[in-house]
Design a protein around this ligand. Structure first.
Ligand code: ATP
Ligand code: PRP
Length: 230
C-alpha cells in the first residue's frame, strides 16, 4: 500500500493540527490568512481535510505528534503547545509566532493535605507522575529535589488519589479538574500557550507561500494574550 505524502519541494502546503481546542482556536487565524477548512474533524473520520484553497490541506494528528509531522516534513507547518514542544525538543522546527491560544500553565499538584513544602525542604524523594517527563525532570533538578518520575499518558490527576505518586506535573487552566479530584496546585512551573511551528526546509523552499500565512497568523494573534494568574 502506498501512502500519499509530499516532499517539501512540492507546491502545496500541509498544516498539522490536533482536534479540539487547537483546531478551534486556529480556525480564526486561518480565516485571517484567507483559508477556510471545509470539513469538520469532529464529524468526519477523514484525517486529511480540504480547505477552500486546493493547495492547502490540513492533517488531523494527536497534539503530541504535531512537532514530529512538521520536523520530518510530512507537514509544512503546524500548531503545537509549548508543553508539547518542550518534550519534543524542537529539532528541525522554526517557531516564528507565539499564537497566544490554548492558554494554560504547567504546575505541580498534590493531594489536599500533603505537605509539599516540607517534603521538598526535608529532601524527601518525591514520586511524580506526569506526561511531561522532560519538563518535570528539568524543574525538579533546578530546585535540587530528587524525584522518581512515573510516565503517564493522561488522567494524571488519578495518580496521587490512588497512591501511585506524591505529586503530578500537568497543565492547569481553570483548576476545575484539580478541584474535582481534591488536588491542590502547589507550584507553577511555567505559562503555556501554542506556537506556530514550521519545517525549516519548507520555510526556505516554500517561503513565497508560507510567509504571507505566517504574517497573517502573527497579525491575527497580536491582540490576544494569555493571562495565567494563579
Ligand atoms: P494528546 O491528544 O496528544 O494526548 P492532549 O490531549 O493534551 O494531547 P489537547 O487536550 O488537545 O491535547 O491539548 C492541546 C494543547 O492545549 C496542549 O498541548 C496544551 O498546550 C493546551 N491545553 C491542554 N489542556 C488545556 C486546558 N485545559 N486549557 C487550555 N489549554 C490546554
Ligand atoms: C487538560 C489537563 C487537565 C485539564 C486542566 O485535560 O490534562 O486535566 O485540561 O484544565 P482545567 O484546569 O481547566 O480543569 P483535557 O481537558 O485536555 O483532557 P485530556 O487530557 O483528556 O485531553
Amino acid at each position: 500500500m502506498t501512502i500519499a505524502t509530499q516532499s517539501p519541494t512540492e507546491p502545496g502546503l500541509i498544516l498539522a493540527l490536533s482536534k479540539g481546542r487547537i483546531f478551534e482556536d486556529t480556525l480564526p487565524l486561518l480565516e485571517a490568512a484567507g483559508i477556510t477548512v471545509t470539513e469538520n474533524p469532529e464529524t468526519s473520520r477523514k484525517l486529511i481535510l480540504a480547505t477552500n484553497d486546493p493547495l492547502v490541506r490540513v492533517l488531523i494528528v494527536r497534539a503530541t505528534d504535531v512537532p514530529t509531522y512538521v520536523q520530518y516534513g510530512a507537514a509544512d507547518f503546524g500548531v503545537a503547545g509549548k508543553d508539547v514542544l518542550l518534550e519534543h525538543g524542537g529539532e528541525g522546527l522554526y517557531q516564528p509566532v507565539d499564537l497566544n491560544i490554548a492558554c494554560c500553565r504547567m504546575s505541580v499538584a498534590v493531594n489536599a493535605g500533603f505537605d509539599y513544602e516540607t517534603a521538598v525542604r526535608q529532601g524527601a524523594r518525591l514520586r511524580v507522575a506526569t506526561k511531561f517527563v522532560h519538563t518535570a525532570r528539568e524543574h525538579f533538578a533546578s530546585k535540587g529535589v530528587h524525584v522518581d518520575l512515573i510516565k503517564l499518558y493522561g488522567s494524571m490527576e488519578l495518580a496521587p488519589l490512588v497512591g501511585l505518586s506524591d505529586a503530578i506535573v500537568d497543565v492547569v487552566s481553570t483548576g476545575g479538574t484539580l478541584r474535582a479530584n481534591n488536588l491542590v496546585e502547589v507550584e507553577k512551573i511555567m505559562d503555556i500557550s501554542s506556537r506556530l511551528v514550521v519545517n525549516q526546509a519548507a520555510l526556505k523552499l516554500k517561503r513565497e507561500r508560507l510567509q504571507p500565512i505566517i504574517e497573517a497568523f502573527e497579525r491575527a494573534s497580536r491582540g490576544a494574550s494569555c493571562i495565567n494568574t494563579k
